[in-house]
Ligand binder design. Structure first.
Ligand SMILES: Nc1ncnc2c1ncn2[C@@H]1O[C@H](COP(=O)(O)OP(=O)(O)OP(=O)(O)O)[C@@H](O)[C@H]1O
Length: 228
């Protein structure tokens, strides 16, 4: 589902953030990306959804070679990938419903089918009753659930999450992880960068540790492996 071959990324300020990464994620996998601050985790995952371009090397997502992807075809890639951020990135002037509907790729869809799909994903994240609320009327956990609903509304094959529990308390973080597990069970491949030691050690999933822009560890049922 995701393939990276010999990927390097040097920012224009000269920082070599990713320094030769080769990795494959199979369809349906759930993997955590861990490592010290500044090790290159965000850069690594930003390249998967084309937020950053590698300096060299190739990245293939569900058969799409990102190095050959024309700007005008980036939306095609984004339809395959849902992205969840630490700071939610909801649009404050839109309601919960509108935030999710806004992300839906509307190709020859009727208003009725759009409404059905948006309410379906709001139901999955247990926020149907907040459809008319605005983001600033929600708790952090609720805002993250809206952003998860938004990320899966197009039925993406891959979900990328960068520190999705970083702004949440432990109980709320676990609620979010249950949702991720549910989404993964439905077949979506998940790659999640995190500093949450407890979650990684409890879930026993694939763990990829990045240090100095390289893969330092890749374990099938791994541990966080650093002090929290
Ligand atoms: N847009 C940018 N321009 C220049 N340098 C950057 C940029 N983004 C990140 N860097 C640098 O690249 C290196 C890797 O950063 P990155 O954000 O990928 O690390 P990280 O492992 O995600 O860190 P953290 O755990 O703190 O989020 C760091 O030295 C950082 O300062």
């Amino acid at each position: 589902m995701i393939e990276m071959h010999n990927v390097f990324k040097k920012y224009s300020n000269g920082v070599q953030a990713v320094n030769g990464i080769d990795i494959t994620f199979k369809a349906g996998e759930f993997a955590y990306v861990v490592g010290p601050s500044g090790a290159g985790k965000s850069t690594f995952i930003k390249m998967m959804y084309r937020e950053e371009k590698p300096t060299s090397g190739s990245i293939i997502i569900d058969g799409i070679d990102l190095s050959k992807l024309k700007e005008r075809h980036v939306p095609l890639l984004r339809r395959k990938i849902g992205v969840v951020f630490q700071d939610f990135k909801l649009l404050p002037q839109l309601t919960v419903y509108e935030n999710v509907a806004f992300a839906l790729e509307v190709i020859e869809e009727t208003p009725k089918s759009i409404k059905k799909r948006v309410m379906e994903v709001l139901d999955l994240v247990k926020l149907k009753h907040k459809a008319r609320a605005f983001p600033n009327e929600l708790s952090g956990g609720e805002q993250q659930r809206v952003s998860i609903a938004r990320s899966i509304v197009n039925n993406p094959k891959v979900m990328i999450a960068d520190e999705p529990t970083g702004n949440l308390d432990p109980d709320t973080s676990w609620e979010i992880m249950k949702l991720f597990e549910e989404i993964n069970e439905r077949g979506t491949t998940i790659v999640m960068a995190t500093h949450n030691k407890e979650i990684v050690n409890t879930m026993k999933r694939r763990v990829i540790a990045i240090e100095y822009g390289k893969i330092a560890r890749d374990e099938v049922k791994g541990d966080y492996g650093y002090e929290a």
